[in-house]
Design a protein around this ligand. Sequence first.
Ligand SMILES: Nc1ncnc2c1ncn2[C@@H]1O[C@H](COP(=O)(O)OP(=O)(O)OP(=O)(O)O)[C@@H](O)[C@H]1O
Length: 253
Amino acid sequence: MEENIEKRSYTELINGDIPPWVMRFIKGAGKAINRYNMIKEGDEVLLAVSGGKDSLALALALSLRLKWLPVSYKLKALMINWIEHPIDDEHKEALKEYFKALNIEFEIVDENQFPTSFKGDFNCYLCSRNRRRILFEYAAKNDVKLIAMGHHLDDLVETTMMNLCFRANFATMLPVQEFFDGKLHIIRPLIEIHESVTRRLFEQYDLPVIKPVCPYDQTNIRAKLKPIIKELSHIDKLTREHIYNAHNFNLHL
Ligand SMILES: Nc1ncnc2c1ncn2[C@@H]1O[C@H](COP(=O)(O)OP(=O)(O)OP(=O)(O)O)[C@@H](O)[C@H]1O
């Protein structure tokens, strides 16, 4: 586990001691939720948890804002534990404690990251398809129609660049993605949040973050794009926002 010495306890946030920058983060998520009408009164939201800083930050935002919102929604968190490299008991306990403190029901399911259907192939695309299939099956079984994922603005920018530069495609990650004729939606409440904010949250509070276990994590194209996007943002610090705004999401709603 990350060294938590000198970090503040996340329970401070849960108990209401929320510094302005964390409040801006929570309100930023709320702004996207409202802008895209992601969650309505009484909805049940399945939160997809990787154990990384972003999905844990998303859990925090979705749970804390319920304290002052005039509307209510139900949260349930699901983590897929990959059988090929399972998380250890200590981390499992820390995650369970975190979700309990946030008042979110939390479940861990064991699944194969390399199912036989891959026929020996493996890449990020196949892996995320597999993850999505597992999440969809779980949602269908539990009659959940909303799945929240921890993707943020930097993820959107990297996806856009990947599609444009390597796949000759003007395509992006959507804040709200519809499946099965509207029977299921993936929502991304952190879509307007910079990764630097979730990183800061993780650096300052003892969120029970699990270190990335994916062998491809630092070598994939996404990781190679990060310094390039950072460089672009030195030319114009609103680079990420420009790429986001280029999609004119509002026009399609
Ligand atoms: N093992 C998993 N179980 C459930 N959901 C997952 C899992 N891995 C990823 N997700 C979902 O997919 C999103 C994007 O995954 P990705 O692998 O890019 O994130 P990460 O860097 O591992 O973690 P995070 O985004 O939480 O920091 C996560 O934010 C989370 O919502």
